[in-house]
Design a protein around this ligand. Structure first.
Ligand code: 13P
Length: 251
């Protein structure tokens, strides 16, 4: 049985509340809501509530925070706890996105604490892993993602509400995506690690990094690719609805 596909939009530091409303009005008018698929939105924290309110009552939509704190509450200026995110309607959280790791210096230990906080607080955790260009050129891709998975999932139970996103750092925002077969090789390696760690075989592994209307069908044609995590191409409602309605194809 193929795993149900997930299409996740990471809006990064874009889309204010008013813009989210306009986006979703258009998106909901044209989205085909393909049966069995989940469409997830990761808006900036200020737009979580607007986004989740607009999508309430549609069970195939999911809204998540882009980042959460591992601390439950307290004097942590600028941070969003799991409870605060849930209060704004989040059902998921991205953890360990490459921009958190490489721009803001988030460590593997911090990533691991965030995964556990998200899961303990009742959120789906979407753990992002991926190698830098130099690591790929040195043939270290599998070693890097294996290390990130083992560290990020330490202490997490096998039946956790978990999605993995493989996002090679060199492919993010560069217009240069991993080829579908390159992605499939890494996804297969990720699945080996997940099974070794005792996670469910139906844990989804998404691909992210310069996904577009032009390459999504070929990526989804790989049985190892269970969906996509999309930045730039998710910022336009028509383009995003098109991506979410794509049939896997090898043409
Ligand atoms: P782009 O789709 O803009 O390359 O961003 C990918 C990403 O980082 C999604 O989390």
């Amino acid at each position: 049985m193929p795993r149900p596909l997930m299409f996740a939009a990471n809006w990064k530091m874009n889309v204010a509340p008013g813009e989210a409303r306009t986006f979703l009005d258009r998106f909901l008018a044209i989205d085909k809501a393909v049966a069995g698929r989940t469409v997830a939105f990761f808006p900036p924290a200020v737009s979580l509530e607007t986004t989740s309110a607009r999508l309430t009552g549609h069970s195939h939509y999911l809204v998540g925070a882009q980042n959460i704190s591992w601390e439950p509450k307290g004097a942590y200026t600028g941070e969003t706890s799991v409870a605060l995110a849930r209060g704004a309607g989040a059902g998921a959280a991205l953890v360990g996105h490459s921009e958190r790791r490489h721009v803001f210096g988030e460590t593997e230990e911090e990533t691991s604490k965030k995964v556990r906080a998200a899961l303990d607080g009742g959120l789906l955790a979407m753990l992002c892993v991926g190698e830098k260009l130099l690591e790929r050129e040195r043939g270290e891709t599998e070693a890097v993602v294996t290390r990130q998975l083992r560290a990020g999932l330490a202490g997490v139970k096998g039946d956790a509400n978990l999605v993995i996103a493989y996002e090679p750092v060199w492919a993010i925002g560069t217009g240069r995506n991993a080829t579908p077969s390159d992605a499939a090789v890494v996804h297969a390696a990720i699945r080996v690690v997940l099974v070794d760690l005792g996670f469910l075989r139906d844990t989804r592994v998404l691909y992210g990094g310069s996904v577009s209307a032009g390459n999504v069908a070929q990526l989804l044609a790989e049985p190892e690719v269970d969906g996509v995590l999309v930045g730039g191409a998710s910022l336009d409602p028509d383009a995003w609805a098109g991506i979410c309605a794509t049939s896997p194809s090898i043409d």
